[in-house]
Design a protein around this ligand. Structure first.
Ligand code: TYD
Length: 210
């Protein structure tokens, strides 16, 4: 794909502050640094994706392979209908969750075939490559405490046992360790969102020159 934009995906356990930090980064890049920004989300960032999202987060649990196919279908639609056109237009796409979530959550759900996951995800990405994954790393217990404080509704993934979320975190950190060029790990345990934001800006500038 001839992409001229930049693709940044935010990852992290529940309650890690992805939405807040995406908004803060978008503001700086747009207003201070004069870039054009598009904000994306998986699952459910597109009109069709909203239907997958409702199913995934509200219906009874499907086997891990079913989760894989559903999230990948949502990804196919997001990449083709939103990400590719925006990258081709030269925008910076900031996205809440993406492949890093699949490799963390579905593996924690018990899907073990890493080679299949890599191949299928590559197809779903349709030639698009992520320039930087920003992992907002947090102990899931702390993340859930924050969610409770903010009174945000719990979906079917969040309702899974804490051991599930601990496995998710471990899988995230392993991905980041394996590919430090395309991952930045940010300590998101601080309640000082400005401090977390500053660290993100530093990494985005160092790794992408933005
Ligand atoms: P959502 O409410 O969007 O979570 P958040 O606001 O924290 O981003 O719920 C999305 C859920 O879907 C989240 O618990 C993680 C899960 N998920 C996967 O299991 N695999 C995936 O590939 C993606 C994109 C999300």
């Amino acid at each position: 794909m001839d992409k001229i934009g930049t693709y940044i995906v935010f990852e992290g356990c529940e309650g890690s502050g992805k939405d807040t930090q995406i908004e803060m980064l978008a503001n700086v890049l747009q207003w201070r640094k004069k870039h054009f920004i598009a904000v994306a989300k998986e699952p459910g960032g597109t009109p069709a994706g909203k239907k997958f999202r409702t199913f995934l987060l509200n219906e009874e649990r499907v086997p891990a392979i079913g989760e894989v196919f559903l999230f990948l279908t949502d990804r196919v639609v997001n990449i083709s209908s939103f990400v590719i056109p925006n990258l081709k237009a030269g925008r910076i796409v900031l996205q809440n969750r993406g492949p890093g979530s699949t490799f963390s959550y579905q593996r924690a759900s018990g899907f073990e075939d890493l080679n299949f996951l890599k191949t299928a995800n590559l197809k779903a990405m349709q030639g698009v490559e992520i320039d930087l994954n920003i992992l907002l790393d947090i102990d899931p217990r702390l993340g859930f405490e924050r969610k409770k404080e903010n009174g945000i509704d719990i979906n079917s993934f969040e309702a899974r046992p804490i051991e599930y979320h601990e496995a998710v975190r471990k899988n995230y950190l392993a991905q980041a360790k394996d590919d430090p060029v395309h991952w930045a790990v940010i300590d998101a345990s601080s309640s000082d969102r400005e401090a977390v934001h500053k660290e993100i800006l530093k990494q985005v500038s160092e790794k992408l020159g933005l």
